[in-house]
Design a protein around this ligand. Structure first.
Ligand code: HEM
Length: 411
């Protein structure tokens, strides 16, 4: 298979079928040179173990907006000359990232996710109540998947109920690619959220709540240093950028995957105790972030997977391909199996120092959303032909733009 002749990322026909090139590359040249649509070169890392090794290796830098970076296409650079691939400034790289992460990890704990569980359950039920009242059909993306994560982020940030519509509108402009027509729109939305975050932080400094943002304001690291105002603003923006559309799209893909696999859906209905493993398998098989993969810059010549990636190269580390590696997940890795024993080894939340800070929270959201939706609507099904579902893809994600479903009565 002449994979180098085809521009990366490879064409796909479904969020769930991996491009055939991935399997070939994993088997034959697990770390391989690829060509971007611009004609510029890059490297692709595909095997599970190499992906994890790359994620742990500090010589692969997250800051790819450097002179000479490969261009994704002729329109803009892999660095995108913008925060599209990279956001966070001083909190992006060590030592700033290490210090930031040490502080915020004190607030983002399993305990905190557990404490939010009843609120997440209540939000889910409230959204389902609205849908139940509405009638037989709804769009599972707009009416459900995009509704829950933003409410959870509002809880995290302690945004008062009256202010939530304004914040939600700003957040949608910043994070939802379908609401941006240009980088200028993105820049404007970033400015809007930055100003909102500054005001919110000032308000929290005067009057602390029991939300995560209030906690972040007071937390200190071992050296007694606190997050600066600028770091707090970056953190608010990062939580939105990383936690809103990702969770919405992941929820959408998870439901779409279940609806396309009625036997698996029936199994989960029969055995609701499978939900935790089911969520791991859905993160693996119906992963939202399988577009370009995580982009890195090689700051040195680096040996990986039997080749030397040269210093200065742009490198795409494919969590999506790693999640389909048969040596880890079995020969049937291409199938959805909610009982898969090694599902928990999935790497949809990445690996290493940038491992998703919101992973515990996202898992709780997915468990509550799926369990409660299935319990509420015993006859949930796609409203039309599966072929009619319009898919959306961008640099990172591939998901149903709309997911019309019918419920045939609520429980
Ligand atoms: C199912 C939904 C989610 C998925 C699949 C996901 C996936 C990811 C991935 C792959 C990364 C690592 C990117 C890299 O290696 O550069 C990441 C980082 C991050 N995620 Fe998530 N995420 C999800 C939900 C959330 C939520 C709900 C939050 C918080 C509200 C969140 C906050 C973050 C933050 C702050 C980072 C950056 C961590 C760092 O750089 O140290 N994520 N996420």
């Amino acid at each position: 298979m002449d994979v180098t002749a085809r521009p990366y990322p490879y064409a796909r026909t479904s969020p769930f079928l991996e491009p055939p090139e991935w399997a070939w590359i994993r088997a034959n040249e697990p770390v391989t040179a690829v060509k971007l649509a611009s004609g510029d070169p890059a490297w692709l890392v595909t095997r599970y173990e190499d992906v994890r090794a790359a994620m742990l290796d500090p010589r692969f830098s997250r800051t790819i907006n450097r002179p000479g970076a490969s261009r994704v296409d002729t329109g803009y650079k892999a660095d995108a000359a913008s925060p599209v691939f990279t956001f966070g400034g001083s909190i992006n790289e060590p030592p700033g990232h290490t210090r930031w992460r040490r502080i915020v990890a004190k607030a983002f704990t399993q305990r905190q996710a557990d404490a939010m569980q009843p609120h997440i359950a209540a939000h889910t039920d409230q959204i389902l109540d609205t849908l139940t009242a509405r009638g037989d059909t709804f769009d599972l993306m707009a009416d459900f998947a995009y509704q829950l994560p933003i409410r959870v982020i509002c809880d995290l940030l302690g945004i008062e109920v009256d202010n939530r519509p304004e914040f939600t509108a700003l957040a949608a402009k910043l994070t939802r690619r379908d609401m941006q027509s240009s980088f200028a729109d993105f820049g404007e939305a970033l400015g809007g959220i930055g100003r909102y975050a500054a005001t919110l932080i000032a308000r929290k400094r005067r009057s602390q709540g029991d939300d995560l943002l209030s906690k972040l304001i007071t937390l200190r690291d071992e050296d007694e240093s606190q997050l600066s105002n600028e770091e707090l603003i970056s953190t608010v923006i990062l939580l939105l950028m990383a936690g809103y559309e990702s969770t919405a799209v992941q929820l959408g893909n998870a439901f779409y995957a279940l609806l396309l696999n009625p036997t698996q859906l029936a199994l989960l209905r029969e055995r609701p105790e499978l939900i935790a493993n089911a969520v791991e398998e859905l993160l693996r098989w119906a992963q939202m972030g399988t577009g370009f993969a995580v982009a890195k810059h090689a700051t040195a010549d680096i040996e990986l997977g039997g080749v030397t990636i040269p210093e200065g190269a742009t490198v795409f580390v494919s969590l999506g391909s790693g999640n389909r590696d048969t040596s880890v997940f079995g020969v049937d890795a291409g199938l959805l199996d909610l009982t898969r024993e090694r599902a928990g080894a999935q790497i949809a939340f990445s690996y290493g120092p940038h491992y998703c800070l919101g992973a515990a929270l996202a898992r709780t959201e997915m468990r509550e959303a799926i369990s409660r939706m299935l319990a509420r609507f015993p006859r949930l099904h796609l409203a039309g032909d599966p072929g009619d579902v319009v898919l959306a893809s961008n640099l990172f994600t591939y998901y149903p733009r709309e997911l019309p479903v019918a419920v045939g009565g609520a429980r």
